[in-house]
Design a binder for this molecule. Structure first.
Ligand code: ADP
Length: 290
């Protein structure tokens, strides 16, 4: 099973004639609400990929719909707490030209406490996987506890924060970063990401694909991306991560896990939207690429 300590956000998307300036009051012409947050996206991706995923997270009184949606999408939400804080949300303004402006409020995502972790991971088994990204509280405590319990620990270093990654590094079995995050981590530590003592490191390279570094074997293997018409790359990285972990959890070797993730992410960049449109395993296996 996969245990995902992850964010749950309401993505509130407002259509505006132009992005508001300082002091301006602007009427939006439309509003749509979506399930979001990197954590929720990764949970949905891993569940669609066929894994059992328990999401460890928190929402406020206004977040019941988001938890319901996660449940509908096949995620185990028994360990999502209801707290006396606002549900994490993003206020996203999109103008006529498609340019956007985002205000992100972490809310309940940053109020997850250690007691909640202990309760959730009490049900974990040896060999399960804990996934963490940088949108919640209690990251280090979770990594530490998971290691003690015999879980494999994976960290997706997004949104990037050097201190946050460095706090969990000693506990990691797998680190997943995009190219920009890899460069930022190298700048912060003075070492390339594959030389930081983490057994497996995957650097995603957008349309270039991904590279996997096996530090024990001292090898690098490159995986080219599928050539597709990209219309919206949001959620591609989250889908990639969810799919890699699901495949590893189901016992596939790394090359196959990355191969499936590459196919899922390629389908994802051809679609608008995030959690709601993440492809399932059947679509991923049946897709034909040029
Ligand atoms: P992030 O979205 O986290 O910045 P990347 O841009 O590296 O991450 O993309 C993650 C993965 O999504 C890539 O490894 C690749 O598999 C897939 N991907 C992203 N952009 C494209 C694209 N233009 N064409 C095909 N696959 C893509």
């Amino acid at each position: 099973a996969i245990w995902n300590l992850g964010s749950i956000n309401a993505d509130m998307v407002y259509a505006v004639p132009h992005l508001p300036g300082p002091g301006e009051t602007l009427a939006a012409t439309g509003l749509e609400r979506f399930l979001g947050g990197k954590g929720a996206n990764m949970s949905v991706a891993a569940a669609r990929a066929g894994a059992h995923v328990a999401h460890i997270g928190a929402v406020g009184a206004d977040g019941g719909w988001a938890v319901e949606r996660l449940t509908e999408y096949g995620v185990d939400t028994r360990f999502v707490a209801r707290l006396d804080h606002a549900t994490g949300h993003a206020i996203i303004a999109v103008d006529d030209a498609g340019e956007n402006q985002i205000i992100l409020f972490p809310g309940a995502n940053r109020q997850i406490g250690e007691a909640q972790l202990g309760e959730a991971l009490g049900g974990a088994s040896d060999g399960d996987i804990l996934l963490i990204q940088n949108e919640t509280s209690a990251q280090r405590a979770a990594a530490h506890l998971a290691r003690e319990r015999g879980l494999r620990v994976c960290y997706a270093a997004a949104p990037f924060d050097a201190q946050a990654v460095q706090a969990v590094l000693p506990y990691l079995d797998l680190l997943i970063l995009n190219q920009v995050e890899a460069a930022q981590l190298q700048e912060a530590t003075g070492s390339p990401p594959e030389k930081l003592g983490v057994r497996d490191v995957i650097v995603t390279l957008g349309a270039q694909g991904a590279a996997h570094f096996d530090s024990e074997a001292g090898t690098r293997r490159d995986y080219p991306a599928h050539r597709v018409e990209a219309v919206d790359t949001t959620g591609a990285g989250d889908t990639f991560t969810g799919y890699v972990l699901a495949a590893l959890d189901l016992g596939l070797p790394m090359p196959q896990a990355i191969g499936q993730a590459m196919r899922a992410a390629a389908l994802m960049v051809m679609r608008h939207g995030t959690a709601d449109v993440i492809p399932d395993l059947k679509e991923v296996l049946e897709a034909r690429f040029a």
